[in-house]
Design a protein around this ligand. Structure first.
Ligand SMILES: Cc1cc2nc3c(=O)[nH]c(=O)nc-3n(C[C@H](O)[C@H](O)[C@H](O)COP(=O)(O)OP(=O)(O)OC[C@H]3O[C@@H](n4cnc5c(N)ncnc54)[C@H](O)[C@@H]3O)c2cc1C
Length: 492
């Protein structure tokens, strides 16, 4: 029997798993996707929000602020890129300036440092802001991270410290047994004292299976465009418009430009409610909204000084994800009164990436304090990863090649990713099992050609490392077969 089962390996589930691994507990994570970070954690704006905007006193405000303050140390410990580049919320008219004043008041109540700026002050922060911007709000503690990289790192560290993970293992039912929960998943029944419900847009299904205190999760999709790395040199801060109220409840932070920690520029995103809980597509309508917005507002952004029109030809890819918006319009945390030992981390919409590490501490504390869990004496907080080849000095590169000749084989030319790095990404705890898994861990296939050149080589390496035939390698999960069959005898 397990002490704890976590449903879902997104940023919430992996933060919980790592927190559980600090204690002498038998823990298991069940993930229906083919990989870690298969849900919303894979498709978002990657911003570590400072916490200037959630309504004071709500779970969103409390955990946003706490999470944001944990991030720098957490990313350092797990060797994940983090950039505290700050955010400018810009105003082009008096109404938007008034909104900035309102946000400042909310920021003050949430104890988040912010500064109301006139145009001259904004230009000191972001010198190339366009004509027509009259001022705005400066949020110096906003930062950028790669959420799925952090999620992989959390899961890897949790696995190193003893947590079991099962991928492609969908939970279909939960039942109350004698002194335990029975969790039905992947054709097996697992018994556990505690359940942590971290199932993202599916979290309502599990809560409503065990509790009369029901709620509904409404998937709220958002899409992004990614611009080529050559544009990042023209912008320092994250730039955002003032938040928008949504007709169906809640609000979004508004469209924004995010300089990613990987060197690309992210633009997005829309916010539209959808039926499909697994919706993570891009659509002509969604992309159309982003393109129209940025075509109109491009003149305000610093890049426009160097690239005057919105550069459609610099869009290298697009992606989407769905926020788990709850009908309670806040994070739903803890045990329902009628379902002891069942702990919800539900309704974790934005700023969920930011808040997850702080939420996990408090949710695991429920178990630890009640059960008097002992600390894990072998717990190691960090993980060792090698510096990316492209960031090494020439001397470091030569040393790496001497130690492992696979560093001399560049597989992805757009992003300069070597065969050694791809093999390492497959061999690590909870490592890559698909082309997309390699892509997200190493960036092989994330560059301008989007895998046009390197995917076949990545496929071959995966087949070698996983000991399977090339026909069995998948793009992402089941149903995403890449090679359909042998066209002729000989090599594929
Ligand atoms: C467009 C957009 C922009 C955003 N921008 C930001 C931002 O800039 N900053 C920020 O802080 N937050 C942002 N967010 C919010 C953030 O992405 C989410 O709050 C966060 O990723 C939620 O993480 P999670 O682990 O709770 O859910 P998920 O990442 O969705 O993880 C849930 C997991 O549960 C699994 N699962 C579901 N059902 C089952 C089952 N039956 N059995 C087993 N496993 C199951 C899923 O496959 C999934 O992997 C944004 C979200 C979107 C969509």
């Amino acid at each position: 029997m397990y002490d704890a089962i976590v449903i879902g390996a997104g940023i919430s589930g992996c933060s919980v798993a790592r927190e559980l691994s600090r204690y002498k507990l038998k823990s298991l994570v069940l993930e229906k996707g083919h990989d870690i970070a298969a849900g919303t954690t894979r498709g978002n704006s990657a911003t570590v929000h400072a916490g200037y905007d959630p309504d004071p006193g709500t779970n969103k405000a409390i955990y946003n602020v706490r999470g944001s303050r944990m991030y720098e140390a957490l990313c350092k410990e797990l060797e994940v890129p983090y950039n505290r580049n700050g955010m400018v919320i810009f105003a082009t008219n008096e109404e938007q300036m008034e909104e900035c004043r309102r946000l400042k008041k909310t920021g003050d109540l949430n104890t988040v440092p912010t500064e109301l700026c006139d145009r001259a002050r904004l230009l000191e922060i972001e010198p190339d802001m366009g004509e027509g911007i009259i001022g705005g709000l400066w949020v110096p503690t906003s930062a950028m991270v790669c959420p799925y990289q952090l999620c992989f790192a959390l899961s890897e560290n949790a696995a190193m410290n003893g947590v079991e993970f099962r991928r492609s293992c969908k939970v279909t039912k939960i039942e109350r047994g004698d002194d335990c929960w029975k969790v039905f998943a992947g054709g097996e029944v697992f018994e556990t004292k505690y359940i942590f419900n971290c199932a993202g847009t599916h979290a309502d299904i599990f809560n409503n299976m065990v509790s009369k205190d029901s709620f509904k999760i409404i998937p709220r999709e958002g899409q992004h465009l990614v611009l080529d790395r050559e544009l990042i040199k023209y912008v320092n801060t994250t730039l955002s418009q003032t938040p928008e109220k949504l007709p169906t409840g809640g609000h979004t932070k508004g469209m924004g430009l995010m300089p990613s920690v990987d060197g690309t520029v992210i633009l997005g995103c829309n916010a539209d409610d959808v039926e499909d809980k697994d919706f993570s597509d891009t659509t002509a309508e969604g992309i159309g909204k982003i393109v129209s917005y940025f075509e109109e507002k491009w003149k305000y952004l610093p890049i426009s000084k160097y690239v005057p029109e919105f550069p459609r030809d610099k869009v290298i890819t697009a992606y989407g994800g769905s926020r788990p918006h709850s009908d309670r319009d806040d994070f739903i945390l803890g045990e329902p009164e009628d379902a002891k030992y069942f702990i919800n981390l539900a309704g974790i919409e934005s700023p969920g990436v930011t808040a997850a590490p702080a939420i996990a501490i408090d949710m695991v504390k429920i178990l630890v304090e009640r059960e008097g869990a002992e600390e894990n004496p072998d717990y190691r907080p960090g993980r060792k990863i090698k510096k990316p080849f492209r960031d090494m000095t020439r001397e470091e590169q030569l040393k790496a090649i001497e130690a492992d000749p696979d560093y001399a084989k560049i597989v992805c030319r757009c992003e300069t990713i070597t065969e050694a790095e791809i093999r390492d990404a497959i061999r690590r705890p909870n490592g890559a099992r698909s082309i997309s898994g390699v892509k997200m861990r190493t960036r092989a296939g994330m560059g301008r050609c989007q895998g046009g050149f390197c995917s076949t080589r990545v496929l071959e390496i995966l087949a070698e490392e996983l000991g399977c035939g090339a026909l069995e390698v998948r793009q992402s999960g089941n149903g995403s077969q890449v090679l359909l069959g042998r066209a002729a005898e000989g090599n594929l």
